[in-house]
Design a protein around this ligand. Structure first.
Ligand code: ADE
Length: 271
């Protein structure tokens, strides 16, 4: 009997797309109009690169279950924005931005596409991008992953059953703007010793839009809901702030950004 059910389910999943697991809503998609870059982000992918968090009173972002709480201006999307990929089969790849990292070929992806399109649409001038490239070169020797240390603080008055209460202090760098913020969080490396810098773009829920471009109404997320964020001339500085965060995060991120900006400037100078 079980075998028959399995065979029927396999048949149905081929016969009807409704039976297939559709995870495409999780993909970050980037499109552009004449004066804006529109980024589509998933709202309910709680284990993925885009998560909903609540801004608590102590400033710490607490992950929430987006299907269960009404999402208002106290919530934000924490997006672990990416800028490269090893292959060219993603809709958010820019094959013209090709660069090398430790002997491997990488292509500009996601954030690289946002920068590329921002220059193409005139949201960021080539002059401003060239200035940012110069400023990345000056960051040079400073390395957050090596030069910032975690601290352990002993809470002298508190112990439980002989266990001393201690607090781990991990540095974090935030740049807050009216359009969203950028964070550099230091995290323990998962398969090696030391720290790695992670970059997150935080977008307040009251700045995100529905498909028709109107502000998303306050409310619980719907299953597989996606929302949109527009980069326009009015908030394009945030793109430069994100570039700068990558430039500060580590020497590797800085070197990658320099290559990406160099390629974009070269591409946009072509007749
Ligand atoms: N490499 C690409 N995207 C990254 C991010 N958001 N944080 C850290 N490293 C990255």
């Amino acid at each position: 009997m079980q075998k028959i059910i399995v065979v029927v389910l396999i048949f149905l999943s081929f016969a009807s797309p409704a039976f297939c697991v559709d995870a495409s809503y999780k993909e970050v998609l980037i499109s552009s109009t004449t004066n804006a870059i529109r980024v589509r982000l998933p709202l309910t992918d709680v284990t993925g690169k885009v998560r909903v968090k609540e801004l608590s009173t102590n400033g710490f972002g607490q992950p929430v279950a987006p299907l269960k709480v009404a999402l208002d201006q106290n919530f934000y999307l924490e997006w672990q924005i990416g800028y490269d990929t090893p292959n060219t089969n993603s809709p958010s790849v820019v094959p013209a931005i090709q660069f090398q990292r430790n002997g491997e070929t990488k292509y500009g992806h996601e954030f690289s596409k946002i920068i590329f399109d921002a220059v193409r649409l005139g949201l960021i001038s080539t002059n401003k991008l060239a200035n940012e490239l110069r400023s990345l070169k000056k960051i040079g020797t400073f390395d957050l992953e090596k030069d910032e240390a975690m601290q352990l603080e002993k809470d002298t008055n508190r112990a439980t059953d002989g266990f001393q209460r201690e607090i781990q202090l991990v540095p974090q760098f935030s740049l807050v703007t009216p359009d969203g913020s950028v964070q550099i969080q230091l995290k323990q490396k998962q398969r090696a010793v030391g720290f790695q810098s992670m970059i997150y773009v935080c977008l307040p829920l009251n700045k995100v839009l529905t498909m028709d471009g109107s502000p998303r109404p306050v409310g619980k997320a719907k299953s597989k809901e996606t929302v949109y964020y527009d980069f326009t001339k009015g908030n394009a500085e945030l793109i430069l702030d994100i570039i700068h965060a990558f430039g500060m995060a580590s020497q590797q991120h800085n070197a990658d950004m320099q290559q990406i900006l160099g390629k974009i400037l070269a591409e946009t100078a072509k007749p």
